[in-house]
Design a protein around this ligand. Structure first.
Ligand SMILES: [Fe+2]
Length: 126
């Protein structure tokens, strides 16, 4: 994953939203769509291996659904309001989005546990 410096992140609201959509939402959707079938395949093909990340495909499904719901709320409600310059009144939607972020952290912690902190076993296939 490419790292970003603060200087590379736009500060103007509309440009920052465009950046979030392209750099995060679009990438999350593509990567989660790719990962789910791979996890399912590994769980099926290696189901007898004690190191198989059993439950990973399901955890990715849950994460993808929750993130899709969250990103849709940002795209449909929060970001258009921010682009329109609405300031006061956005405290509640922003607090709700932050709470969603904390919920995602729980799922990500589960995925890290299932995958030995995202580390494949020595004998993992390609
Ligand atoms: Fe978000």
């Amino acid at each position: 994953m490419q790292s970003e410096t603060d200087a590379a992140v736009p500060h103007e609201t509309g440009e920052l939203i465009d950046h979030i959509l392209a750099r995060y939402h679009e990438v999350h959707r593509a990567e989660l769509a790719d990962l789910r079938p791979l996890a399912q395949k590994v769980e099926t093909v290696h189901e007898d291996d004690p190191d198989v990340p059993q439950g990973l495909a399901n955890a990715l499904d849950v994460l993808a659904r929750e993130m899709e719901d969250h990103m849709a709320k940002e795209e449909i409600i929060l970001f258009p309001a921010m682009r329109a310059g609405v300031g006061p009144g956005l405290e509640h939607p922003i607090a709700a989005m932050r709470a969603d972020h904390e919920d995602h952290a729980g799922n990500i912690a589960l995925i890290r546990r299932l995958t030995n902190d995202l580390t494949p076993p020595e004998h993992a296939c390609g």
